[in-house]
Design a protein. Structure first.
Length: 375
């Protein structure tokens, strides 16, 4: 309750500070200071540092000088004082928000107002700013050391800006992946839902829960009964109990190619701890090309990258549209199911939990009986 009241007072103070009425900036400063004292008195010490006050005074002085030059000295003094008060309010409110408002709070608040996407973006931007500030500082220091100068020059600003943009792009990619992992696709341009309504079976479960082995048994059973299949499996590679990568296997030809290998987190691609091999994507495209008529589509697996329209998704969408698919069996992580169902646009989806089901392959096969030819 105290937190909500203090943050509400802070928002009111910020709005009041912008009102062009004499006395409003003073009242706004009093309200902002009261909010800080109510929630965390130490915020005032953190906000009103010597450097911050110096910048505020300089900005206010420039404002006063410009207004005095264009009008009168009293008007300039009033404008400068109002600017100083507004800057002090802004510093207190932003410091308080940075310490007590995270992206989940922004998201919940905006969602109540009907601005769900705006809340998600603003909240994540708030959490991203410290990372960008750290990247700027590190790049500044690195340039100073590399050029053997105490401080970089103005001519170094383009290089600093390029570094900052690269970090911003990486953070945006990682943020979109993290959001997709939680079933949210608001931060990415999701591909169009697929047309057509074949029988769809989604095999779900955590990583390492047995989704791929279940898919392998299902493919073997279908092929043994003469049911045409096409698509690919994505068997993981393990070392000392840790997942170190995964390959692609064409279910028709049995051809195998490397797809992903684990690396240090900072060297991963698409916001993941893996680097990806083009040979694996090429084999996946081949596995989905020229599908047999009335076949069962096998895709292992649909992940956050696919939900954003990348990875295997273009090839899967193309095969879905071109082929007269009898049914489709796909693996997907449990937390991605809502976004997956929205993207799929299918009328009927049977979900098989590889963790809870003692024989997920048999359950998936039973779900396909109605669309398979009689044996």
């Amino acid at each position: 309750m105290k937190r909500s009241s203090a943050l509400g007072l802070s928002a009111a103070a910020l709005g009041l500070a912008l009102v062009p009425v004499p006395g409003a900036p003073w009242l706004a400063l009093v309200i902002a200071t009261g909010a800080a004292l109510l929630l965390e008195p130490a915020v005032l010490r953190r906000a009103w540092t010597g450097r911050t006050l110096l910048v505020a005074v300089l900005a206010s002085g420039v404002t006063a000088a410009v207004v005095a030059w264009a009008g009168t000295v009293p008007a300039g003094l009033r404008a400068g004082l109002a600017m100083l008060l507004r800057l002090l309010v802004l510093v207190v409110v932003t410091t308080l928000a940075a310490r007590h408002v995270d992206h989940e709070s922004w998201h919940r608040g905006m969602a109540r107002l009907g601005f769900q996407r705006l809340g998600l973006v603003c909240g994540l931007a708030l959490n991203t700013m410290p990372h960008l500030a750290e990247a700027w500082r590190d790049a500044w220091i690195a340039l100073a050391v590399r050029r053997r100068r105490r401080r970089p020059r103005w001519s170094d600003l383009p290089a600093l800006a390029e570094t900052l943009l690269a970090h911003a792009g990486r953070l945006a990619d990682e943020t979109a992946v993290a959001a997709a992992l939680r079933g949210r696709t608001e931060l990415s341009l999701a591909p169009s839902p697929l047309a057509g309504s074949p029988q769809v079976v989604a095999v779900t479960g955590r990583s390492g829960s047995g989704k791929t082995p279940a898919m392998t048994r299902l493919v073997e059973t279908l092929m043994a009964h003469g049911v045409p299949v096409f698509g690919f499996l994505q068997p993981p590679l393990w070392c000392d109990g840790n997942k170190v990568g995964f390959d692609i296997v064409d279910v028709r030809s049995g051809a195998r190619a490397p797809l992903g290998r684990r690396v240090a987190a900072e060297h991963g691609q698409h916001g993941t701890p893996f680097t990806f091999d083009g040979a694996g994507f090429d084999l996946a495209r081949q596995a989905l090309a020229a599908p047999p008529r009335d076949a069962v589509l096998i895709v292992d697996e649909i992940g956050p990258v696919e939900l954003r329209g990348g990875g295997h998704w273009p090839a899967v969408a193309s095969a879905w549209k071109r082929a007269r698919v009898r049914a489709a069996v796909l693996t997907v992580r449990r937390q991605l199911i809502p976004a997956f169902l929205e993207l799929l646009g299918a009328t009927e989806v049977m979900i098989v939990d590889a963790e809870a089901d003692p024989d997920p392959a048999a359950t998936a096969l039973a779900a396909l009986v109605s669309v398979l030819p009689a044996s």
